[in-house]
Design a protein around this ligand. Structure first.
Ligand SMILES: *Cc1c(COP(=O)(O)O)cnc(C)c1O
Ligand code: SF4
Length: 336
């Protein structure tokens, strides 16, 4: 079986699992009280990602994304545990059907990296690993609704799933005639490019199903040569590559950084897709950029880049049937 421990799983297991360890590696002093924040959401950082950080720089934009901070413990009004109200659209185990034509399958609970701003930090993952039996329910739900054209693999990070599970889902979904696209929302090509190996690529390159891979990168420093090699391999497997970012205070909240991110992604054949406003999740308020500030940054970005390199600035509003565009509309007076 291919599920025996693979090279990438070993690399994953060797990643940093505490802030102390990570800070020591970067020649930085320990931050007091980060241990408490780690209790609710543990530290997880692949070594390859940490090597792209600048040693000795406590404000490194990659470090800031993963460094557990005592600030997470301050509860702030308006920042909730389930800001997207996902538990209410999660009627079948492992399946979220909020948007027209698309369903989301949460096929793994964990990630290769734990991003401190992530809205999934409070998500009840254990309820969303239905196991092989449980997948049958999700698959018959999809088979029974001819309006579903696209199935999105999400998580956690879906590429942490075994090749065996991914292949099983591809085969089953390919037998449903109205499903024509599988989209994979993953940070793995950025944070653990070693996982993009031939056995996986063979599954993603499907004769009938189109594969779209939406990676998640927030800063140009994340894009190493290994990441480039992984994206080339995905392109050769005929995957369409897009990127989504989250606008994060102290990480990428300026037009120059975002422009450089778009340009460097494009050099790897990855097109910018979404720039998300932060979901207001408890513990992530220190990453928040106000809507007004975001719109100012976005306008600057539009003056720097060609249109196809400008991601859509969006926000997820619970109850809405799609993500909500947040760029300033010339014809409407934006409120808030
Ligand atoms: C973001 C998201 C999608 C995909 O939306 P697109 O606009 O097609 O990228 C689907 N389902 C859920 C629950 C989502 O959050
Ligand atoms: S779901 Fe994405 S953003 Fe959240 S911790 Fe995992 S990799 Fe990071």
């Amino acid at each position: 079986m291919r599920d025996s421990t693979q090279h990438w799983q070993k690399i994953l297991a060797e990643g940093f699992s505490s802030t102390d360890e990570l800070l020591q590696f970067l020649n930085l002093p320990n931050t007091p009280n980060s241990g408490l924040a780690e209790k609710t959401f543990k530290t997880r950082v692949p070594r390859g990602f940490a090597r792209r950080m600048e040693p000795g720089n406590p404000f490194d934009p990659l470090l800031r994304q993963v460094l557990a901070s005592p600030e997470e413990l301050n509860e702030q009004p308006g920042f909730e545990k389930d800001p997207l109200d996902e538990s209410s659209s999660n009627l079948i185990e492992g399946l979220i059907h909020k948007y027209n034509g698309r369903v989301l399958l949460t096929i793994t609970g964990s990630c290769a990296i734990n991003c401190r701003y992530c809205f999934r930090r409070h998500f009840p993952y254990n309820k969303n690993n239905p196991g092989r039996q449980g997948w049958e329910n999700a698959l018959s739900y999809i088979a029974g609704d001819a309006g579903i054209k696209e199935v999105i693999f999400s998580g956690g990070d879906p590429l942490l799933a075994s090749d065996t599970l991914i292949q099983y889902l591809y085969e089953r979904l390919a037998n449903i005639p109205h499903v024509n696209t599988i989209r994979i929302h993953t940070r793995i090509p950025i944070v653990l490019p070693e996982r993009i190996q031939d056995s996986l690529l063979k599954i993603l390159k499907h004769p009938r199903i189109k594969t779209v891979v939406v990676v998640h990168s927030n800063h140009p420093h994340e894009l190493s040569d290994e990441v480039k090699a992984a994206s080339q391999a995905l392109r050769q497997a005929e995957c369409h590559l897009l990127n989504q970012s989250v606008l994060l205070r102290g990480v990428n909240d300026d037009a120059k950084t975002l422009a450089s991110l778009s340009e460097q992604l494009f050099a790897m054949d990855i097109l910018p897709y979404y720039l998300h406003l932060l979901d207001k999740v408890q513990g992530a308020h220190h990453f928040d950029v106000s809507l007004k500030q975001a719109q100012m940054i976005y306008r600057d970005l539009q003056t720097i880049l060609p249109g196809y390199l400008v991601p859509r600035l969006v926000k997820e509003i619970p109850g809405e049937k799609n993500k909500t565009l947040c760029s300033v509309n010339f014809f409407a007076n934006t409120t808030e």
